[in-house]
Design a protein around this ligand. Sequence first.
Ligand code: NAD
Length: 356
Amino acid sequence: MKLLVLPGDGIGPEITKAACQVLDAISSKFDLGFKIVRRDIGLEAYRQVRSTLPADVMEEIIETELIILGPTDTYAYPAESEGGIMPSKAIRTALDLYANIRPSRTRKGVPAMASKMDLVLIRENTEGFYADRNMFMGGGEFMPTPEVALSVRKITKKGSQRIAKVAFDFAEKKGKKVTIVHKANVLKLTDGLFLREAYEVGNAYPDVKIEEVIVDAMAALLVRQPESFEVVLTTNMFGDILSDQCAELSGGLGFGPSLNAGDDHAIAQAAHGSAPDIAGQNIANPTALILSAQMLLDWVARRRDDAHLMQAATYMERAIDQVISQPQTQTKDVGGPLGTKAFGEAVAEVIKNMKE
Ligand code: NAD
């Protein structure tokens, strides 16, 4: 089984290496035959071929089922006309990865601001205020005069319906409540449409309770009572912001996994960015990316109805939980002694010694 790994920028090469150690271990343990192939994207690719997403790598992405995408330092990229292609935008658009699935839960032994939380945030991934990807042609931001800048927010019936379906399908399996987060009190047309379609989809799930919360109140409620949310459904930018808040409440950005999924493809990519402030120091926490890879295995296993692969994914999460629960095997961001590489080795070692 081919696994395409795109290390990306900043801490990307370090955390993808740690994730590969873990994937190698799970592959050996469960005889999965993973063949890991690395390709450069981002600033390293730009240095080599003047493109942050070379065309041959993009072709390989489209043809590959299992992909691990490291974070990219898009803020530092040159203009698109000079080769600075945003990988997240290009890949999510090309593969129509419309659902961004971001779970956050408190984990035994991990110091967290929330005393208890276990939610999954379902974020629409292709529309909203994301000016670089919400238009068929051209961008959603423009300046009619040097003193006026405008940004267009796109919400569609189809986009709202399909992301709502992902959320309600989740709620049928995990928990029994969907919280729709919006700002329809101000964005009456766009969020009004999103809300209407979310209810329409939700009405077909009689066992799932629906509640709605306005996004600013949600920011406060997540701090006050994070344990009261199960599945959170929201639009692109609200989801981007709230999911970082959720990750931070549950232990830090190093614990925020994320899966970008469509109908036919999914890509593992941690919720955090390239963390240039700590890059190259072997201190980044690779947990978020390892958990994202675990989510990808689980996603593929369910699609293929492959019980063996599903079991491998379950073991992988169990191994991560075991390692992060012990202070002596935690990473530096939560006060532990381990560097990025040693953490990957510790999880791989636990997998090696696990009883099936
Ligand atoms: P960031 O998420 O990279 O970092 C924010 C803070 O969290 C930093 O202090 C960083 O050191 C810390 N942090 C992040 N991940 C960590 C980890 N795994 N372990 C320990 N600490 C971690 O956000 P930023 O600094 O605002 O953005 C840096 C770059 O990343 C920008 O170019 C931004 O556009 C890009 N970005 C990319 C993605 C992505 O590729 N999916 C997501 C967000 C931001």
